[in-house]
Write a protein that binds this ligand. Structure first.
Ligand code: SF4
Ligand code: SF4
Length: 666
């Protein structure tokens, strides 16, 4: 105990005196050379073949008429409220006329401005530094310097808003506080895709906010449906329901783009800008939809004399876009039911309308927290149908990607657990460190979150010497930081008291309930797909599967903490053993896949993930069924685990299971 307290004090002091890691702002963005950002179009090279237009999975690209040397030609124009930055157009262009730059910031107050003409695309992108306006009044100045934020993180983009709250980006230095309470907030961040079920909750929050209320949306989904433009359940234009002041394009948006948008908003508010709704009402141009029929059920309901029913989520800061209906008496939970479906997009059905190749873009979006596993699982199944054995080098590169993704996912979860138990500083430290891993993924694949690294027949690109150097440095950095996390958090007597022997899942119940991944390994079952049915290069690598017998919150967290270490070793070993040779075979984006059925399994950060794919011999899959790690186990087991617990334990139990609503709702 005394030793632990001493260690906590020592580590705290070390953190206090070290150099802060805050990024400069306006941004000095940590963007890699490979990052797929805004396009740069070379007018002189384009032969108007239209390949880019045909391959775009989102209808973001259009061919527009122009005159060149007295002839009519067609050049691409891109709508950035639809583009997911997959890079398919750039890769497929036979003349290399469409490059992707590493410029990541595209924001606008008007959606129409996001349609870039060929001439605009031909300009090198540059960051606009807004002029500081003349302050309108002392009220506008005070308002601009104390924006309180509430958020509704509806989908993928939330994962890129997280760094904005964490260490490094530090939103507080702009006077912004993540309040999370609609009654006290004047800024609403809507992060990601919006379904018909979610919009009711968003309107509920918006209506509760005091005037003036500013709305910023993250990503393309709220603007146009984004990559889910053809889903039956996606709201395609959120501005039909509530007014939006700033649109931040991206899929997902990067944290620095959120920062630039917030910075623009601050300056505009200082200069007297008031939210759109008030202006629109004055001009009477747009009538917002009558929202009476869109009322969500009440958050708290009284039942009987002393019981209350209330919803934990979907907008609770600790819930994700998912809800648990709790029946409580005092502080004790008498009953719990899950309410899922806030993120349902019909993802498996949408895959049937895209080519095998285009689906790599969509399938990783099934789980924003660990998209790499979904990519690898899907591609493994496609390769089984194609009956191909990929080059050895590609197998090791897939392990590197999968393990880096596992590390960032576990770090994210550790941050959530810390946050749910009141350790806000630990959460910020951990999320700040997670950025280092995201940078590696960005450098490996060109994107931090949805990497699109795997293609049928191998991987998109090879690694560079610079990447190897960065990985070596990052591995040793994260290893030292794990010791800090141990000292400040894992050994902390308060966290131990709140997590040991709470939320227990026994060995037998874990097996009966079909739980997999770190959750089952914390209950004494040594089961890991990487060992049971190895894929990629796992059969040639040495690693242990951390397992504990206790099955409580603490040991679920501990398994993930140990797995971070094991994944660091796996990345290191893969780099050492990386064989020479090619990293991909030839597969054209529009190629057909032979008729047949295939099943593949992978060990994702949350557990066993299975793909069952049927091909009728065409360019698109006939049917795709995904069995994710969260639907059958976490979702169904969670209510049983919560019954009889105290209210304060709910977020902690929930995050110790590491649920992903995007995965179970699909
Ligand atoms: S990057 Fe992808 S989504 Fe964007 S225009 Fe090109 S193909 Fe379409
Ligand atoms: S940009 Fe490339 S793919 Fe698109 S029309 Fe021009 S040459 Fe063809």
């Amino acid at each position: 105990m005394i030793k632990n307290t001493f260690n906590i004090l020592k580590t705290g002091l070390k953190l206090l005196i070290r150099k802060p890691i805050t990024f400069k702002f306006p941004p000095e963005t940590p963007v890699s050379k490979k990052f797929r950002g805004r396009h740069l179009f070379h007018l002189e090279k384009c032969i108007s073949c239209g390949t880019c237009f045909r391959i775009c999975p989102n209808g973001a690209l259009e061919m527009v008429e122009r005159q060149k040397d007295g002839k009519t030609v067609y050049f691409p124009s891109i709508n950035y409220s639809k583009c997911c930055f997959c890079g398919f157009c750039s890769d497929a262009c036979p003349e290399k006329a469409l490059d992707m730059t590493n410029f990541s910031i595209i924001i606008s107050t008007n959606k129409k401005d996001l349609i870039f003409t060929p001439e605009q695309l031909a300009q090198q992108p540059e960051l606009e530094h807004p002029e500081k306006p003349k302050r309108k009044s002392i009220v506008s100045w005070a308002r601009s310097r104390s924006l309180w934020v509430t958020n509704f993180f509806t989908g993928c983009c939330f994962v890129e808003a997280i760094p904005w709250f964490g260490s490094g980006f530090d939103m507080e230095r702009f006077g912004m506080i993540a309040k999370g309470s609609p009654l006290h907030s004047d800024v609403l961040f809507i992060g990601g895709y919006v379904t018909y079920k979610t919009i009711k909750r968003i309107i509920g929050i918006y209506n509760k906010m005091p005037q003036p209320k500013f709305v910023l949306t993250l990503g393309n989904c709220p603007m146009t449906g984004g990559v889910y433009w053809d889903s039956f359940n996606t709201i395609k234009r959120i501005d039909d329901y509530i007014p939006v002041d700033i649109w931040i394009a991206g899929c997902p948006t990067r944290p620095e783009a959120i920062g630039v948008a917030a910075y623009h908003a601050i300056l505009a508010i200082e200069g007297g800008y008031l939210p759109k709704k008030e202006e629109v009402r004055m001009k009477k141009k747009i009538q917002y939809r009558n929202t009476d029929d869109l009322k969500a059920e009440p958050i708290i309901k009284k039942v009987g004399n002393d019981e209350r029913i209330f919803s934990f989520g979907p907008q609770h800061p600790a819930s994700g876009n998912f809800s648990i209906r709790l029946t409580v008496k005092g502080e004790k939970i008498n009953n719990a039911e899950f309410v899922a479906g806030y993120l349902h997009r019909g993802l498996e059905k949408l895959c049937e309308y895209r080519t095998w190749y285009q689906n790599t873009m969509l399938i990783s979006r099934a789980c924003v927290l660990d998209g790499a596993s979904y990519e690898i699982g899907y591609i493994n199944a496609v390769e089984k149908l194609l009956e191909i054995e990929i080059p050895e080098r590609a197998k090791y590169l897939r392990v590197i990607q999968a393990e880096l993704s596992r590390i960032q996912s576990h770090l994210l979860n550790l941050g959530f657990v810390a946050y749910s138990s009141g350790f806000d500083s630990i959460e910020r430290i951990i999320w700040g460190d997670r950025e280092k891993i995201l940078f590696l993924l960005d450098a490996l694949c060109g994107s931090r979150i949805y990497q699109l690294y795997n293609i049928p027949g191998g991987v998109q690109s090879d690694i560079s010497d610079e990447f190897i150097e960065n990985v070596t440095d990052t591995i040793s950095y994260i290893r030292t930081r794990l010791k800090t996390i141990d000292d400040l958090f894992m050994k902390n007597p308060i966290f131990r008291k709140r997590s040991i022997s709470i939320g227990k899942i026994s060995h037998d119940i874990a097996i009966e309930s079909d739980i997999t991944g770190p959750n089952i390994r914390a209950s004494g079952v040594k089961f890991d797909i990487r060992k049971a049915t190895p894929y990629a290069a796992y059969d040639k690598l040495h690693f242990d599967v951390p397992t504990f017998d206790h099955g409580d919150i603490y040991h679920r967290v501990l398994v993930r903490r140990q797995e971070i270490e094991s994944s660091l070793n796996l990345v290191e070993e893969s780099m050492k053993k990386l064989p020479d040779g090619p990293y991909k075979m030839k597969f054209k984006p529009m190629d057909k896949v032979p008729k047949g059925e295939a099943i593949s399994f992978v060990e994702s950060a949350r557990g066993e993930l299975c793909f069952h794919i049927v091909s009728d011999g065409g360019r698109n899959p006939y049917r795709i069924k995904v069995r994710g790690p969260t639907f059958d186990s976490i979702l169904f087991f969670l209510p049983k685990l919560l019954k009889g617990c105290f209210l304060a334990d709910v977020p902690l139990i929930y995050w110790s299971l590491d649920n992903c609503p995007a995965d179970h709702d699909r």
